[in-house]
Design a protein around this ligand. Sequence first.
Ligand code: DX5
Ligand code: ZN
Length: 235
Amino acid sequence: MAGQSPVDSLVPAPLIAPSILSADFARLADEVAAVQGADWLHVDVMDNHFVPNLTLGLPVVESLLKVTDIPMDCHLMIEDPARWAPPYAEAGAYNVTFHAEATEDPIAVARDIRAAGAKAGLSVKPGTPIDPYLEILREFDTLLVMSVEPGFGGQSFIPEVLAKVGIVRRLVDAGELRVVVEIDGGINADTIEAAAEAGVDCFVAGSAVYNADDPAEAVRRLRAQAAAASAHLTR
Ligand code: DX5
Ligand code: ZN
């Protein structure tokens, strides 16, 4: 990047993951192409049981994997992830995240996802405390902190969840954990800076990207905003 010093390049750039939940489902391949340059492609899988909404499943993910090189970030808002999560890894998803609230044995699910070749992610709803899960985060590559109630795009950001981000950020910075801290829900130009300052690495954005006239430009702007807001943080 122009003007970037060698020291700057040691600091990982913030990652932006557009959520296709806010895309036009009749034109998914075009909508994926519209966010070329995004770091991860966030795909929300909902089963109408874990959350009161229904989206798409493995067949659509398999088709999307054929039309993009953007690493796919599958967010499974489903019951019984032990049964349903590993096939997303086998299909070629880069990261497969499931919900802590959806299983009694998150470690087993994480191990199965990793054995199938993907990174494993744990997600927590806004009201779920992070403390009971800190120990098991060693089994995970990513932590997805929900900043809205899962189920729908276009909701308002819940700032209180940033306390959880801070707890995990400190453990990562201290070398006690190695997870990418991801946030999902209500991220836009008004909220991304607070999330970046709290220590988020990867920002999911649905409506803020797909409601923009130029989704790829919206991704670049969000990334630049997050980078500027976190530039003073020592990692
Ligand atoms: C909500 C989904 C989000 C959603 C975010 O349950 O997990 O990924 O697409 O949408 P926005 O960015 O509009 O809040
Ligand atoms: Zn999501």
